[in-house]
Write a protein that binds this ligand. Structure first.
Ligand SMILES: [Zn+2]
Length: 247
């Protein structure tokens, strides 16, 4: 069984039942990850593995989301917090409001003892500061593409780093040298579907996860089955789910 730790089922152009059929056929289970309250309602009950969180893209557009989020996380004790984080590209909410929303969700994850799936774009230093301020140690940086130094900072806080479809492309991105050098018990896999498609595809799908795994196995010099076992165990350690149930 492969585990895709981050897929956005409702954003895909194929209907969910087709995606589920395709993922079952290739032995993939995935975490259906949330981005904003309307979408949390959509994924609620769709998958045994869900994450609920307010993505930085939607900060400032939502009101009273934190109460709804706390209620959902309480009702689904197996769910994680995500995607949450900081994205300092232009056109996004102010830095202050993003940091406030991010730290509120880190604190909620801490109080409920949940893992956090983090989105960090042009913001690694601030993400690290927030993690330190809230003392959050149970997290993964999704689709990590940062430097060795940034990777070490996340690892020393207790975090995991997740590899996505980018590593299937040629020429290989520079981040592969980070995955080659970090402890193997901190590596996770994802598709971020429908974003970050693998080489040769227009749209990402959790059914492509084995191909991301194959690329990473090659990069690390491991067999595919050894990598699959390793990453499934890592996902189990971080999320504390029994991933044997299919989506
Ligand atoms: Zn993201």
């Amino acid at each position: 069984m492969w585990i895709d730790i981050n897929a956005h089922l409702e954003l895909m152009s194929s209907p969910p039942e087709h995606v589920l059929e395709a993922t079952r056929a290739v032995g993939v289970n995935f975490i259906a990850t949330g981005t904003h309250p309307d979408q949390w309602r959509w994924i609620e009950g769709q998958s045994p593995y869900a994450a609920f969180g307010l993505h930085p893209h939607y900060v400032d557009q939502q009101r009273q989301w934190l109460t709804i989020l706390e209620d959902l996380l309480t009702r689904y004790p197996q769910s994680a917090v995500g995607e949450v984080g900081l994205d300092f590209r232009s056109g996004m909410a102010s830095k202050e409001s993003q940091i406030h929303a991010f730290e509120s969700q880190l604190a909620l994850a801490q109080s409920l003892d949940r893992a956090v799936i983090i989105h960090a774009v042009k913001s690694h230093h601030d993400v690290i500061n927030s993690l330190r301020r809230v003392k959050c140690e149970r997290f993964v940086i999704h689709a990590f593409t940062g430097s060795h130094d940034i990777a070490s900072a996340y690892l020393s806080l207790g975090g995991y780093l997740s590899a996505g479809g980018l590593i299937t492309r040629e020429p290989k991105p520079r981040v592969i040298s980070v995955f080659q050098s970090i402890p193997q018990d901190r590596i996770l896999l994802e598709t971020d579907a429908p974003d970050l498609p693998i080489a040769g595809e227009q749209e990402g799908s959790p059914a492509h996860l084995p191909l991301v795994g194959r690329a990473l196995a090659g990069i690390l010099g491991l067999s595919e089955s050894a990598l699959q076992q390793l990453c499934t165990q890592n996902a189990q350690n971080l999320f504390d789910y029994d991933f044997s149930q299919s989506n």
